[in-house]
Design a protein around this ligand. Structure first.
Ligand code: 1Q0
Length: 216
């Protein structure tokens, strides 16, 4: 496992990337948003191979969006709003049925990451308000039930439930996040939760505005 002092696993890096994704006019800079996810993925990977299927899923969603960004219409994929406008105008988004294209739309792909960001917000807030002997598995499962679970099949929910049981105890978990526990940790988590909530709200607002909250 990487050491904390080489700043590889800093929660600050996640935060910096998501902070940078917030644009002036209620828009999201996709490059930074994806960087935030790439940083998050390092934490998932650090938790062990049991979480591999979750990490794979994040890789696959990030890859689809990067493929759009590197494609011929790449300049349309700079911000979330430009992506939505482009995909709507050009019938890239499938509004009514599951996508069958090889390269799925950026809008429905980002929506999956967006829903997962709500889980992260709730989970981090549960950790923040938990105390030393509280179970991370329960904190995680509760956040999941309140958010992502309702979009997942029975099988995925079962697999997620088993993976949660493999989460380490609170102290070790905080060590993986390079946090020591105590007041400073609560402050850091509080500011991370608030930032994630802001990013979530901007994204949610845009999906609602374009009627895209249920994209198949
Ligand atoms: C630490 C444990 C992480 C648990 C996260 C929640 C578990 C979710 C289970 C994910 C199952 C993936 C299998 C596939 C699901 C797809 O069906 C679904 C829908 O996509 P589609 O194409 O079928 O319509 N995909 C998704 O819902 C995407 C879900 C991505 C899950 C992202 C989990 C993110 C974990 C993040 C970081 C953990 C680090 C915590 C500490 C961070 C501190 C800053």
């Amino acid at each position: 496992r990487e050491k904390c002092d080489n700043s590889n696993f800093q929660i600050n890096r996640v935060q910096a990337a998501f902070q940078a994704s917030l644009m002036k006019n209620e828009d999201i800079l996709l490059k930074s948003y994806l960087e935030g996810w790439t940083e998050l993925q390092k934490f998932i990977d650090a938790l062990g191979t049991i979480f591999g299927f979750i990490s794979e899923e994040v890789t696959s969603k990030i890859r689809i969006l990067i493929e759009h960004q590197q494609g011929v219409h790449g300049k349309e994929y700079i911000s979330m709003r430009s992506m939505i406008n482009y995909e709507l105008k050009n019938n890239v988004v499938n509004l009514h049925e599951l996508p069958r294209d090889r390269l799925q739309s950026g809008c429905r792909t980002l929506l999956r990451l967006h829903r997962a960001l709500r889980w992260l917000q709730l989970f981090l807030d549960n950790i923040r308000t938990s105390s030393e002997n509280d179970s991370m598995s329960i904190s995680c499962a509760e956040a999941y039930e309140q958010s992502l679970a309702k979009y997942h099949s029975w099988l995925v929910r079962k697999a997620a439930g088993f993976a949660f049981l493999a989460l380490p105890a609170r102290t070790e978990f905080l060590q993986i996040l390079c946090l020591e526990g105590g007041k400073e940790t609560k402050d850091k988590l509080w500011s991370a939760v608030n930032l994630i909530e802001r990013v979530y709200n901007v994204t949610q607002g845009m999906y609602a505005q374009y009627n895209m909250l249920e994209l198949p």
